[in-house]
Ligand binder design. Structure first.
Ligand SMILES: Cc1cc2nc3c(=O)[nH]c(=O)nc-3n(C[C@H](O)[C@H](O)[C@H](O)COP(=O)(O)OP(=O)(O)OC[C@H]3O[C@@H](n4cnc5c(N)ncnc54)[C@H](O)[C@@H]3O)c2cc1C
Length: 277
């Protein structure tokens, strides 16, 4: 039971159970199957969120490669793009950036203690799949019991093919202090981490190395906001939802947990705020 609680908190919160808000810990188990909710247990693609981004971007005018450096409540934005800095005067702004970025762009907001967990994520491109012991069918999510990683998911699982080339995505949450983890990943070499990934997975798949064509490793220094005890009940967390002039705030960080459904919810709320003004 303790192992499952720790695994779940590492998976969703980048924390061990002992460091997690009790409310968030219960939410993990209580929120998964709502009465009457349609339940989809597997949503995965080889290029991760890229599939979702392309879907939402269809027909929209989007400018990429732009960093916003300042947002004023009167709708004035300063940004830096490929051709240098420029300004925009907007009718409405939905600021859907992580909390620690929003605090820099709009300095005088109510503050909360924001704690972020770092992640290492690797994609392994395999030209063939390892043979499963006892002929078990390939799972979409595989966990190595005593590993600090979360194991891996088969990103091609929903294609329904259980043989041939595949992509595995391996996840490693840094459950300790965020600043220590960020220093660790800044100094990390690609080769070292590729080796960490292979050694971790070789426990379950001894012949894996010969099947891997390529490994990509990405580090997320501020990957997930972490719901430590008390964080979700800070009154300033709610105060931070309030619009400031023409600025409306979205982003999953406003919920104090890193989940897509929270991100969608805040995006919809911000859009509704605009349509009623
Ligand atoms: C390793 C990992 C695994 C995860 N797995 C899951 C999962 O299985 N299920 C789940 O529900 N959630 C998962 N999450 C959490 C999920 O990714 C987030 O909840 C979700 O991405 C939040 O969406 P968002 O739109 O609120 O913010 P973000 O995805 O953080 O988007 C914010 C955007 O703002 C941009 N931005 C930041 N600063 C600026 C600036 N100054 N100017 C312009 N643009 C800026 C960023 O580039 C980014 O595109 C995972 C997170 C990690 C790190």
């Amino acid at each position: 039971m303790r192992w499952l609680c720790d695994y779940s908190c590492r998976d969703d919160y980048t924390l061990l159970a002992k460091d997690t808000s009790a409310w968030a810990g219960l939410f993990y188990f209580a929120s998964r199957r709502g009465i009457g909710a349609s339940y989809q247990s597997v949503v995965t693609w080889p290029d991760g969120n890229g599939t979702l981004v392309r879907h939402f971007a269809k027909g929209a005018k989007i400018e990429t490669g732009v960093v916003v450096t300042k947002v004023d409540p009167d709708g004035t934005l300063v940004a830096i793009g490929k051709d240098g800095p420029f300004g925009v005067k907007a009718q409405h702004v939905v600021l859907a950036v992580p909390g620690f970025v929003a605090d820099r762009l709009v300095p005088d907001r109510p503050r909360t203690a924001l704690d972020y967990g770092a992640w290492a994520v690797a994609n392994l491109h395999l030209h063939a799949r390892p043979s499963e012991r006892m002929g078990a069918p390939t799972a979409w999510d595989s966990v190595i019991r005593n590993s600090p990683s979360l194991g891996y998911v088969s990103a091609t699982h929903q294609r329904g093919r259980d043989h041939g080339p595949t992509v595995w995505t391996w996840f490693y949450p840094f459950t300790g202090p965020g600043d220590v983890a960020r220093k660790q990943v800044i100094g990390a070499s690609y080769e070292d981490w590729a080796e960490v990934v292979l050694r971790d997975l070789e426990v379950a798949h001894p012949n894996l190395r010969s099947l891997v064509d390529r490994i990509e490793v990405a580090f997320w220094g501020h990957g997930m906001i972490r719901p430590k005890p008390g964080a979700l009940f800070d009154p300033n967390r709610i105060a931070r939802l309030q619009p400031r002039g023409k600025i409306h705030f979205a982003h999953t960080d406003l919920s104090g947990v890193a989940l897509f459904e929270e991100a969608f919810d805040h995006g919809l709320r911000a859009a509704r705020e605009i349509t009623v003004t």
